[in-house]
Design a protein around this ligand. Structure first.
Ligand SMILES: Cc1cc2nc3c(=O)[nH]c(=O)nc-3n(C[C@H](O)[C@H](O)[C@H](O)COP(=O)(O)OP(=O)(O)OC[C@H]3O[C@@H](n4cnc5c(N)ncnc54)[C@H](O)[C@@H]3O)c2cc1C
Ligand code: SF4
Length: 573
């Protein structure tokens, strides 16, 4: 987002990318079928999300680039090493944070408030949604804001599983509403939208219109996690990088592993040094402004590694808070078998790779009255039904067939196929002092760069929330007339996903109102180094249940507007 915004503003931008170049239009295996892949496309160590997943380099492990965890801490770190990062294969769930989410401490005394409010980001949410293409409904529920009229694309029709869940949830008081995903249900209006998004910028209008004309609407048939060569969903590589390059102002150096940000003797950032991975040689590039967007933890790593006589504890770290208050999303889930979905007639229900409907948090009042035993909410992502069978499609069938085999087993497969559903909670984690990353004093990666060591501990708020999730999902499954797979665990510590496992890590360079208790100001600008900015998830002060990427994009846009303004007035650079 930063490369696009700064490029259309006429600034000369150099993107240093640790991974290789990647162009989904030429190398996306979107039409390959599971049966063409080894083990029917099952996940492996190299490809945890399946053989055809869009990640070309990266995953839970990156060869030659380890990280460590402190004794007693369990943390998993998913990294992408490719142009466009994790946006090439993310779930594309794009929920806005609401008013409460920016001021959580003011509501319940826990964590910290953001220095900005929903109203500050709302115009950027609108513009981001129009730019990338997001489908969704216009429900306006508590702390679940709607977009401005005309911003969202219409949502796809609910599937049978989603309608059935809605019927069960109605009497339970749980709202089931259209989900918001960065997938285009219709083509963008290239004649009017660019002018609306960039009213005073002819260059931006031109490159954006060209890019929008290259994008097609979704045809609802292929797994989005494998990438989208028709550019119907949001990946940085299909939506932001092409128009950024078309400005003529943006260059990309791939395979460039940034080691540190350099400074002059006045404490101003002068550029970055990086390792050219192909030649294993060190290089330095100069810049008037440095923008870090390497993902929340990696940005903290770069800052902590940027040590000098002036900044012995790392750059922008006068508060000592770089790496601190790392957060992930709280996750827990269960599944069940729903007899009402047995023997569903074959029908085309593919749709988006992901939800058409979801359930936003609904218990604000009960929580305020102290009835729940934990402080923050979660939303429910759910699914099931007859998508294209791949590896594991009939997992659990043996439990229902009482030893049948041959023809009887085939009949059972036809009967039960599509009758399983899953429910996953995605909840807010409150930042705490026990969750942070720091440099490991003993370990370096293959480029000689010190690696991160993670510390992690959930509080009771998170584990109780996880227990509430699975209890609720079991009730929904039963209300649907179904049966939960296995036992419903009441101990939240046993069902909560590990730190990092939900891959929504944010925090580490929180923004705030004072350099004493934050790393960045309200513009995601370093308090200590005025020409240094951060445009990934590191500035997050809290981690609402809403998946973070839409907010990262909107915040990045706002930050870039500030950079352009500051350069114009010569306040920086
Ligand atoms: C399977 C999956 C599903 C997800 N689903 C959702 C979802 O539905 N909704 C949602 O909101 N979020 C989702 N996410 C999370 C989402 O992908 C991230 O929030 C988002 O990509 C973060 O963007 P980022 O730019 O901060 O980091 P990244 O996307 O990780 O990009 C960082 C980039 O920086 C590069 N880099 C790293 N270190 C260096 C270095 N030292 N030098 C140079 N370059 C470097 C990397 O190679 C990468 O290209 C999902 C993630 C995964 C993996
Ligand atoms: S389902 Fe739609 S958005 Fe997803 S990969 Fe297929 S065409 Fe692209």
């Amino acid at each position: 987002m930063a490369a696009y915004q700064l490029g259309i503003a006429g600034l000369k931008v150099l993107v240093l990318e640790a991974g290789r170049r990647y162009d989904p239009q030429v190398e996306t295996p979107m039409f390959n079928l599971p049966r063409q892949a080894p083990l029917r496309g099952a996940g492996s160590k190299e490809k945890p999300f399946g053989f055809y997943d869009a990640t070309v380099d990266g995953g839970w492990e990156v060869p030659g680039e380890p990280y460590t965890t402190a004794p007693g801490s369990d943390f998993m770190w998913w990294r992408a090493r490719m142009l466009g990062g994790r946006t090439n294969h993310w779930g594309r769930i794009s929920l806005r944070m609401g008013e409460y989410d920016f001021k959580p401490k003011s509501r319940d005394g826990l964590g910290a408030d953001w220095p900005i409010s929903y109203a500050d980001l709302a115009p950027y949410y609108d513009k981001t949604e129009m730019l990338v293409g997001v489908y969704g409904g216009d429900d306006d529920l508590e702390n679940t804001p709607r977009s401005s009229p005309g911003v969202l694309m219409p949502p796809p029709r609910p599937r049978a599983t989603e309608l059935l869940a809605r019927k069960a949830c109605d009497p339970m008081g749980i709202p089931v509403i259209p989900a918001h995903l960065a997938i285009m249900t219709q083509r963008q209006d290239a004649d009017t939208l660019p002018r609306k998004i960039h009213p005073d910028n002819p260059l931006a209008q031109k490159v954006l219109a060209e890019s929008m004309r290259q994008r097609q609407a979704c045809f609802w048939a292929t797994p989005c996690g494998n990438g989208c060569s028709i550019r119907a969903n949001f990946q940085s590589t299909t939506v932001l990088i092409p128009p950024a390059l078309a400005t003529g102002n943006v260059d990309i150096i791939p395979d460039a592993m940034v080691r540190e940000v350099t400074v002059d003797n006045t404490g101003k950032a002068t550029g970055v040094s990086y390792v050219d991975k192909r030649t294993r040689t060190d290089h330095h590039v100069q810049a008037r402004v440095v923008v870090l967007a390497a993902s929340a933890a990696e940005t903290a790593r770069i800052l902590l590694n940027s040590r000098s006589n002036q900044f012995p504890n790392g750059l922008s770290n006068s508060s000592g808070l770089v790496g601190k208050y790392l957060m992930d999303t709280v996750g827990a889930g269960i599944g069940g078998q729903i007899p009402a979905l047995e023997n569903t007639p074959p029908h085309n229900q593919d749709g988006a790779s992901g939800m058409h409907m979801y359930m936003p948090w609904w218990l604000y009042k009960e929580q305020k009255r102290g009835k729940l035993g934990f402080a923050r909410g979660y939303h429910i992502e759910f699914g099931g039904g007859r998508s294209m069978p791949g590896s594991g499609a009939f997992g659990g069938l043996g439990n229902l067939t009482e030893g049948a085999y041959g023809k009887k087993y085939k009949e059972a497969a036809r009967r039960y196929y599509g009758s399983w559903m899953w429910f996953d909670g995605r909840g807010e984690m409150i930042p705490n002092e026990d969750c942070y990353c720091e440099l490991d004093p003993d370990v370096v990666d293959q480029w000689g760069i010190p690696v991160l060591r993670f510390h992690w501990k959930f509080s009771d708020h998170e584990t109780r929330q996880a227990a509430h999730m699975v209890k609720t999902f079991a009730q929904i499954i039963e209300q649907m007339g179904g049966k939960v797979n296995g036992k419903v665990e009441t101990d939240g510590a046993k069902v909560i996903a590990k730190g990092g496992q939900i891959i929504h890590e944010v925090g580490t360079c929180r923004m705030g109102t004072s350099p004493r208790d934050s790393v960045l100001n309200e513009w995601c600008q370093s308090w200590d180094v005025k020409n240094l900015f951060v445009t990934d998830g590191a500035p997050f002060v809290s981690n609402a249940d809403k998946n973070p990427t839409l907010s990262i994009l909107a915040l990045a846009w706002r930050t870039c507007d500030h950079i352009v303004g500051q350069l114009k007035t010569r306040s920086i650079g």
